[in-house]
Write a protein that binds this ligand. Structure first.
Ligand SMILES: [Zn+2]
Length: 281
């Protein structure tokens, strides 16, 4: 079909000690609407040596759900860097990074009895060694933010967070005006939901359910896991997507306002510019 918009929801931070009630409700919404979400799960949060069987039981709302893809979200999700921004991986020794990612991946695979192909670095922070390790371990994608300086030689699928939960409908409007294939990757945290934390919340479960139901009824929109999105988008397209975003970040603010964000526009740059200009006429 022409002009498909693909939406991949990523929930960060499920762990043995996270808010399982909220996660169950989110899994239920995925099932009701027959769509897939990706849960970026922390293997060793507050526990160096958990039993995989206990972990699986604690997270059986995820392990039993056929429509949840589990991705690896760091090791313990702890800030061990001396950098200005928190990080668990960036500029860490390559051997230590390798051991942590390998152990985390193996642990989640044993616990969930599924192959783990996605890596979501805590605080979206990683470096070139992390990319090499992900490739060496046979994983398929990294999902982080827009920040990393993408290099086509990485040859790994980088899938950035493109918007927050409360910006999805706006992102769809922009995507439709551009009349081109693109991806929208909203990242969710537990504290985004009123049911978890009324102070920081930007949405509640009813509103989230309404958005998912609406999206799943649109003929031009597919909701899918990050794993399936990484299969769908080619390396060249990822390259264009980052190039377009980097271009947007560099230009004067007057032009920047005319270049749409909130979506991963993975068409060639000339087309992105042309479509953006036509769109804003
Ligand atoms: Zn996190």
């Amino acid at each position: 079909m022409k002009n498909k918009i693909q939406v991949a929801f990523r929930l960060d931070d499920p762990s043995a000690t996270s808010d399982h009630g909220l996660e169950k409700a989110i899994v239920h919404i995925a099932k009701q609407n027959n769509v897939q979400f990706t849960f970026a799960t922390i293997p060793f949060k507050n526990n160096d040596n958990p039993d995989p069987i206990y972990f699986r039981q604690k997270l059986n709302h995820i392990s039993d759900a056929y429509n949840i893809e589990v991705a690896l979200h760091g090791y313990k999700h702890e800030d061990i860097s001396n950098l200005p921004k928190p990080s668990e991986f960036k500029e860490q020794d390559v051997k230590i990074q390798f051991e942590k990612i390998k152990n985390g991946k193996n642990f989640l695979e044993r616990a969930f009895n599924a192959k783990i192909v996605g890596f979501v670095p805590p605080w979206n922070s990683f470096d070139e060694n992390t990319i090499k390790i992900i490739k060496d371990l046979g994983m398929k994608y990294i999902s982080a933010g827009w920040d990393p300086q993408y290099n086509p030689n990485y040859h790994i699928k980088l899938l950035p967070r493109t918007c927050h939960l409360n910006d999805i409908e706006n992102a769809v409007t922009i995507a439709r005006r551009m009349k081109k294939n693109c991806a929208i990757i909203p990242v969710m945290h537990h504290h985004d939901f009123e049911e978890h934390d009324t102070r920081k919340a930007i949405i509640n479960l009813n509103e989230f359910e309404r958005i998912v139901a609406w999206l799943s009824n649109q003929p031009d929109i597919d909701i899918l896991s990050l794993k399936n999105l990484s299969i769908f988008i080619g390396h060249n397209q990822i390259h264009y997507g980052y190039k377009n975003q980097q271009l947007r970040a560099k230009v004067h603010w007057r032009l920047q306002k005319r270049l749409p964000a909130s979506c991963f526009f993975y068409m060639p740059t000339w087309r992105y510019l042309l479509k953006s200009t036509l769109r804003s006429l």
